[in-house]
Design a protein around this ligand. Structure first.
Ligand SMILES: [Zn+2]
Length: 379
């Protein structure tokens, strides 16, 4: 059983959009209430501490209670009596919102994340999550049935396989709505092909396989990236907060979305191809933290793509019974795949490799991907 996430554009009617916005607000409200209750506990402890320091109390004996999930969920019913507008929205979403705070606290207690923070309505992306209870969520043709909202039209571009577990409704900064569906499904492994492959990622070609197959950086992206850079220049000349600035900001968000969506589609396609056709896949273990420091726009975008690509290959290998081996990236582009001689000047240009020792001449990316394969097979 694996969990798969699907994301679609949602097209709510005006009334549905209003209710979505209201549900987002109410989910935030109950989450912040639960957080505030917990914060009171911490405040009592802090105040007691001050009294100890000022000499009014001998010691701080106050025990801060842990976040109480059950009580917090019960609190929602009380809140509904005071704030009746909470009754207008999906009650499962409200409960899920509080459960989410409880999960964040339990991770915090295990030192896995920072202390949960209050949710702000200023966050660029606003969302709420609801869960499947008694068949309340269904996909029928081009519509998804959601609690309280009823049938909402969506761009059903891909079949959702398996049982729906959870649905998140998002509103992004450009004012578009999206739905993410998490479904649990059984996958059948791809049949074994007996083939192994090394993959080198680069700027000239997006990916090069050790069998000589190369995947381009589609021209399409470069056009969009240029458009994005242009639009950002225009934005920088506009007065912050003005209506023209706002229009431009939405325009940029749309270009950004288009880049992200087409990149994801492209990477999905080639990663599935590779996992289907090969049993053992070698890739370089490139560190993300280093990648994100890259200031250059084009290179930055490529590096995000490489990382996303590797993530896809990694989970698809797990789904379909294949193996990904990550190798140490040092020297893979400087080592001759024929004789093993390693020297920086072996790579005489971006694309050409000529070994100083044996004279072996090859496309530099193909030579590197062969080294990656060799390393992967040696592990
Ligand atoms: Zn050589």
């Amino acid at each position: 059983m694996v969990k798969k996430a699907y994301k679609f554009r949602l097209y709510p009617t005006k009334e549905q959009a209003d209710l979505i916005n209201k549900t987002i607000g109410c989910s935030r409200f109950v989450a912040n209430f639960a957080l505030a209750e917990q914060k009171k506990e911490e405040d009592i402890w802090a105040t007691t501490n001050e009294l100890v320091q000022q000499g009014f109390l001998p010691e701080n004996n106050y025990k801060v209670k842990f976040f109480d999930k059950v009580q917090s969920i019960k609190d929602i019913a009380q809140l509904k009596k005071h704030y009746t507008w909470l009754k207008e929205v999906d009650s499962i979403a409200l409960q899920a919102s509080v459960e989410n705070v409880a999960d964040a606290y339990s991770r915090y207690y295990k030192k896995q994340n920072d202390k949960p923070k209050f949710k702000s309505k200023k966050n660029p992306v606003q969302s709420y999550t609801t869960k499947l209870v008694n068949g309340n969520i269904k996909i029928i043709d081009r519509y998804i049935q959601l609690p309280k909202l009823g049938m909402v039209r969506f761009a059903n571009s891909q079949e959702v396989n398996g049982n729906i577990k959870r649905v998140t409704v998002r509103r992004n900064p450009s004012g578009k709505y999206f739905v993410s569906i998490l479904a649990e499904t059984k996958v059948t492994p791809f049949s074994k092909t007996g083939s192994s492959i090394g993959i080198d990622v680069g700027l000239a070609k997006f990916a090069t396989l050790s069998n000589g197959v190369q995947y381009d950086n589609p021209k399409f992206f470069q056009k969009l990236e240029k458009k994005l850079a242009n639009a950002q220049r225009i934005l920088s000349r506009r007065k912050i907060g003005s209506s023209n600035w706002n229009k431009q900001r939405i325009k940029i968000a749309r270009i950004h979305e288009k880049i992200v969506n087409s990149r994801t589609d492209y990477l999905q396609k080639i990663s599935t191809d590779i996992v289907k056709n090969h049993d053992i896949i070698g890739m370089e273990d490139l560190k993300v933290s280093k990648m994100q420091q890259n200031k250059e726009l084009a290179k930055g975008i490529s590096e995000i793509s490489w990382y996303q690509f590797r993530t896809m290959i990694s989970y698809k290998c797990e789904w379909y019974g294949k193996k990904l081996v990550l190798v140490n990236p040092s020297h893979t582009s400087q080592r001759c795949n024929c004789c093993g001689h390693t020297e920086k000047s072996n790579r005489i240009s971006q694309s050409k490799f000529v070994c100083k020792s044996c004279g072996h001449t090859e496309n530099a990316d193909i030579n590197a991907s062969k080294n990656i394969l060799e390393l992967a097979l040696s592990i």
